[in-house]
Structures are given as structure tokens and as C-alpha cells.
Design a protein around this ligand. Sequence first.
Ligand SMILES: Nc1nc2c(ncn2[C@@H]2O[C@H](COP(=O)(O)OP(=O)(O)OP(=O)(O)O)[C@@H](O)[C@H]2O)c(=O)[nH]1
Ligand SMILES: [Mg+2]
Length: 440
Amino acid sequence: MKDTICALATPPGRGAIAIVRVSGPRALELYKKITKSSSLPQHRVFSLKNLYDTEGRVIDRGLVVFFKSPYSYTGEDMLEFHVHGGSIVSSLLMKTLLMHGARMAEPGEFTKRAFLNGKMDLLQAEAVNEMISAKTELQYRKALSKLKGKLSRELEPVLELIRRILMEIEARIEFEEDTGPLDRAKIGMYFKELEEKIREITERAERGRFIQNGIKVVIYGKTNVGKSTLFNRILGEERAIVTPFEGTTRDILHEELDIAGIPVKFIDTAGIRDTEDPVEKIGIERTKRALEDADVIIYVREADKKREFLNVDKPVIYVLNKIDLIKGSLAGVLKEDEIPVSALTGEGIDKLIDRLQKEIKERFYHENAIILKARELAILEDVKKEIHDARKLFEEEIEELELVSFHLNEAYRKHKELLGFGELPEEVLNSIFENFCIGK
Ligand SMILES: Nc1nc2c(ncn2[C@@H]2O[C@H](COP(=O)(O)OP(=O)(O)OP(=O)(O)O)[C@@H](O)[C@H]2O)c(=O)[nH]1
Ligand SMILES: [Mg+2]
């Protein structure tokens, strides 16, 4: 018989209510033991019960609800106890459940069982974790639509397209004499459609990576131009130390903001100058590394400092700072591509944020971005490669259509794996669920 598992589903510690969940074939038996009732609980109806420990002492009076298999989250018989919060009540209840033979659930084990029992596909199971871990509203929205199966539905047409080509080709392989000549134009069209679809999915998944992992905006420039002041101004708090002396910032500082739904990590760096100071030298090395890692660079300068040429293949936003010190017109000082600001007074900062928002929306955001895990992105790459190989062989008009069919079958199999169909090795499953919370 399968283990019956239990876990605290709410965060530990002080709180109004704690929820303990149970799932497995012995749920009903545990219900009877803990509530000391002989009658069966009604499916999905809360009842207020005394809950007893193994020595017959009341642990708490709490709400109990029973979900009958298969109409539960996991698809198994399930129980939920809603008891008083704090650490004692729920741990006594857990202890009692364990003494009655339940086992402590592993992280994500409830969701893993839901997946194994066909209550959701793998993408949906992962979406559960993504929803809980979401830090921005956009991450949450993406997780929600994945959970509702939208992503799975969008990925499925790829299978249909592969199937169509396979049907044409395999019919030729099997019944060569009975079928007419291969309709190359038609198959070519299917291939085009298929590759177009895969390309679209890959692009949306690439954008999804930014929504999930965020981007890095590095504030860069010479010493004393006001990088830390600007950093503080953008964050709206006195995070970095500012002094009138050159070489103030040594270590890299970072702080995250949500811009256009994307988690944006702003990074303040040590200003660039020639220095003999060993600590500052290390700081400057770190600045250079941060620059390599950046997704967007904000290059800050002040009027009497020249701009160095940045040979990078990423968006650079040029800022002229300390405009409050400039007497007379800006025209003589401001370069065409620069945004004039005063980090000290706040002047021009809204323009800088607007520009940043625009840049981020254009390069990193996608209305229909999809969020895939590294494992899934790798599978998608494989699918893409198999399809590419199949089309290439097909276009070379090779005699052995078996080879084309082989690659298409591989693509089909892998794409199914992406959707979580078929047998998945235990290690793969475990690696997917190990990052979940216990009790989910
Ligand atoms: N007037 C004026 N002063 C500013 C402005 N921005 C920064 N400062 C001043 O310039 C000096 C240096 O500012 P920081 O923000 O520490 O400069 P930084 O680029 O971080 O310097 P390092 O960390 O040494 O590279 C401080 O005295 C700031 O008050 C500004 O917009 N206007
Ligand atoms: Mg600084």
C-alpha cells in the first residue's frame, strides 16, 4: 500500500491558523483515530471536531475536511486540519499523525502525487511552485496561466504538426507501391509551419527567462560623477554611501525593483580611475566584471569629464548628471544621446526611468512570454534541432525517408517529454519537486 503522507502546509511560527494536510490510502483511518468518531466524514464539508493525541488528550478543537479520492488535489483520499496557529498545536498534531503511521511528506510530494495521478501535467505541477515563489505580479500571472493549462495547450500543436508530416512520410515508407508520389510541396509547407511555431515558442521562452530571472542594470562611470547618488535616487532610499571624495564606492551594491513586470537589479559600482589603492583596485575589477554581466548599462558622466567609448553589444543609456551645477544653457555640454539629470535634486530622473522602461519593454518583455525551466528549455532546443535535421534531410531529397522519420520521431518523443507525457525517470521527477515547499 502507498504511504500516507502528512505535512504542515502553512508557514511555521506564530499565525492565526495552521493547516496540516494528509494524503493517502489511510486518510480515513487517521480521521477516525484523531477525531475519535466512528461515522464517516462527508466529502468536502468542514466539521468542527476535538482532535486527540495518542493518549486521548485533546490537542485542539479545529476544523477538519475530507476529500474523497479522486476528487482531491492529489487524487488520493485527503484530509485537512485547520487548527490554531503557532508552533505547538500543529507540531503536536503532526506528531500524532506520525505515531498513527503517517509519514512526513517530502518537499512537493503532494503535487508530485497530483502529477502521478494525472490531476495535472508536468508544466502545471511546476506552475504551482512558480506561483508560490512569484516575486512580481507578472511572474504570478504567468504561473497562473501555466497552471490553468494554457501553456500546455499552446505547446501541443507542435505534436500535431509533427504527426502530420510523419503520416505523409511513413505512409510512403510502409506502402511504397500503393501511394502516389510524395507531395513534397505539401510536406515542405508543414515543415515551414512547424519551424515557425518552434521559433515563436523559443522566442517567447527567451523573454520568459527575463520575467523569471530578471535583468541587471549596471550604473557605470568615472569616480565622483554621482553614480551612488543616482542609485539611491532610483531606489528612493539612502542605500549607498555618498561622499564628495573620489573612490567612495568599493564594493558592488545591488537592489531590486519591479519595472514593467520584470525584476530589475540595479547595481552601483566603484568608479573608474587610475589608482594605487589596493582595495579600490579590486573594486574596479569588480566593476569590469559587472559590466560584462550587465543587461543594460547606465553610463553616468558629469559635464567636465569626458566620455570613454564602451565597446559593448548591449543597450547603454547615457546620462549627464549634476545639471544643477551647470550655469547657462545645456546645449554646449549635453551630447545628443544623453539624458540630463540631477541625482541630487531629482530633476530629469522621471525621463531616465521612462527611457529605462521603454528599453526594458522592447528588449526583455513579451506580452505572451512563456516561462520554462532550464530542463524544459534544453528539451525545446533538442526538439528544434531534431526538426531542423529532419527538414534538412528532407530537402536534400535523400532516398532513405527513414532517416527523416527517425528525427521526427525523436522530436515527437522529446516534445512529449516537455509536456510531461510518458514515463519520466525518477531522478528527473525528484529534481523537479525537490525545490517545492513541504506541504505543497
Ligand atoms: N550638485 C550635485 N552634486 C551631486 C549630484 N550627484 C552627486 N553629487 C555629489 O557628487 C559627489 C559624489 O557623489 P557619489 O554619488 O558618491 O559619486 P560616485 O560616482 O558614486 O563616486 P564613486 O563611488 O567615488 O565612484 C557627492 O558629493 C554628491 O553629493 C548632482 O546631481 N548634483
Ligand atoms: Mg559611489
